[in-house]
Ligand binder design. Structure first.
Ligand SMILES: Nc1nc2c(ncn2[C@@H]2O[C@H](COP(=O)(O)OP(=O)(O)O)[C@@H](O)[C@H]2O)c(=O)[nH]1
Ligand SMILES: [Mg+2]
Length: 192
């Protein structure tokens, strides 16, 4: 038990979430890497997170932090489900598969919908460009262009935000190679 607790504490500390309380939701198209990321948070294992009874939704709780995933795109039903959960979230993580430019348009549509959503208009938004280990991966600048992020993001280093702006930033990562998301979550943790 002690060992497990140490693991939990270490994992949350790494992400800047130790002693934090809140609900995070991971959104993105299917295949973006949401389930893989959730599993990584669960001590880097491939253990299966808690099924929620919804086919495209999973939940993981560590101490006072709750992490939840929802697949976007396609199904209207799925959209209703995550919107019902959204009013209660403290931060949103939007995950993109950077190795699949064929789905950038579809992903961008979902991101636009999210950016326009009044339910989460003030909530910090972390955009993760996942799968940078893949040889086909788009670069960060290319991704910012494809997703219209130039001038929208608020800075990787700054904790203080311009008046009235929501915290928003893009970080590149590889869940597979355990790269990039630690820094990204530490950025996010400053903002809720
Ligand atoms: N190359 C690579 N593949 C990844 C990475 N993260 C996830 N995957 C793979 O992408 C596929 C979809 O991942 P999954 O977590 O199920 O995506 P979800 O549908 O968003 O939950 C799986 O085959 C993963 O192994 C990554 O960082 N790099
Ligand atoms: Mg999944």
């Amino acid at each position: 038990m002690m060992f497990l607790w140490d693991w939990l504490t270490a994992a949350l500390s790494y992400l800047g979430l130790y002693h934090k309380k809140g609900k995070l939701v991971f959104l993105g198209l299917d295949n973006a890497g949401k389930t893989s990321l959730l599993n990584r948070l669960k001590f880097g294992t491939m253990a299966t997170p808690h099924p929620t009874g919804q086919p495209h939704c999973e939940e993981l709780q560590i101490a006072d932090m709750t992490f939840r995933t929802h697949d976007l795109g396609g199904h209207k039903q799925a959209r209703r489900v995550w919107r019902e959960y959204l009013p209660a979230v403290d931060a949103v993580v939007f995950i993109l598969d950077v190795s699949d430019p064929g789905r950038f348009r579809e992903a961008q549509k979902e991101l636009q919908g999210l950016l326009k959503d009044e339910l989460t208009s003030g909530v910090p938004l972390l955009i993760l460009g996942n799968k940078i280990d893949d040889p086909r991966a788009a670069g960060e600048f290319q991704l910012r262009t494809a997703f219209g992020l130039h001038g929208l993001t608020t800075g990787k280093e700054t904790a203080s935000l311009p008046e009235g702006r929501r915290a928003m930033e893009l970080f590149m990562c590889s869940v597979k190679e355990k790269q990039g998301y630690g820094k990204a979550f530490r950025w996010l943790a400053q903002h809720f």
